[in-house]
Write a new protein. Structure first.
Length: 257
């Protein structure tokens, strides 16, 4: 695999959305390890246009999606400064190929966590705040199922941005696994779920990410935002759609497509 050539193609496509047909066979990452090397190279290029990577999203956190995509584990993607908004956000559908939204519990890391496998208590101590969030995703592919999980991972697993609600610093008395989340599209309820739908507990998703980053020689850094996985099935949007999500005890987030 020509890492630099593949990274240039993926980064260029991210900045000019369309129906991506996929990388040529010689440029495709053969496995998830190679995909993460390619992802790093893509991030270097995107940072020059979108600002620094300021966090991570975790996708494919359910067994149903893992079976569908033929992947045995979740996948992480980078979040870039230019693609983060506060409620009420606006991500025009016309600027995306096929825009969708997800209902998420997010965390802001409060202090550096060095590379390693960390238990739930250590992870909780490192979380400075918990936030309600809308993840904005883009199915920017002609046929995403045909691309294969390594290419999707290298391309940040549909990530296109996020809209963040107010941070809740006094969150430690909350049972994150029991919190309910709801989503509305144009005023009609589109789905609901619970924190436990994300790998059994939202902090289990953070533990997975911490361990995965450790194998890349990385830790979680103070100030980073992590979207922990959707409580609600992805909703694909029409132009002008109005979306709201609400996470129990955390708050409400709104955006327009």
């Amino acid at each position: 695999m020509d890492l630099q050539a593949a990274a240039e193609i993926l980064a260029d496509h991210r900045l000019r959305p369309g129906a991506f047909l996929g990388l040529a066979e010689a440029l495709r990452p053969p496995d998830l390890t190679a995909a993460r090397r390619l992802q790093d190279a893509v991030h270097e290029r995107l940072s020059a246009r979108l600002g620094p990577r300021i966090g991570w999203k975790i996708g494919c956190t359910t067994a149903v999606m893992q079976r569908f995509l033929g992947i045995p584990e979740p996948c992480e993607g980078g979040i870039f400064q230019a693609n983060v908004q506060d409620s009420r956000g606006r991500f025009p559908a016309v600027a995306h190929h096929r825009i969708g939204v997800e209902c998420e519990i997010a965390v802001r890391i409060g202090r550096n966590l060095p590379p390693g496998e960390h238990g739930r208590d250590a992870l909780a101590a490192a979380v400075g705040a918990v936030l309600p969030a809308i993840e904005v995703v883009d199915d920017r592919y002609a046929d995403f199922a045909a691309l294969g999980a390594p290419t999707l991972l290298a391309d940040d697993f549909f990530q296109a941005g996020c809209v963040l609600g107010p941070p809740v610093a006094d969150w430690r008395g909350l049972d994150l696994a029991a919190l309910s989340g709801r989503m509305w599209v144009d005023g009609a309820e589109a789905g609901r779920g619970y924190g436990c739908d994300v790998l059994g507990h939202p902090l289990a998703a953070l533990a997975w990410l911490s361990g995965t980053l450790a194998r890349r020689g990385r830790g979680l850094m103070a100030g980073e935002i992590v979207l922990l996985g959707s409580l609600v099935q992805t909703q694909w949007l029409s132009p002008g759609a109005r979306i709201a999500i609400e996470i129990e005890s955390l708050g409400r987030v709104e955006m327009e497509a």
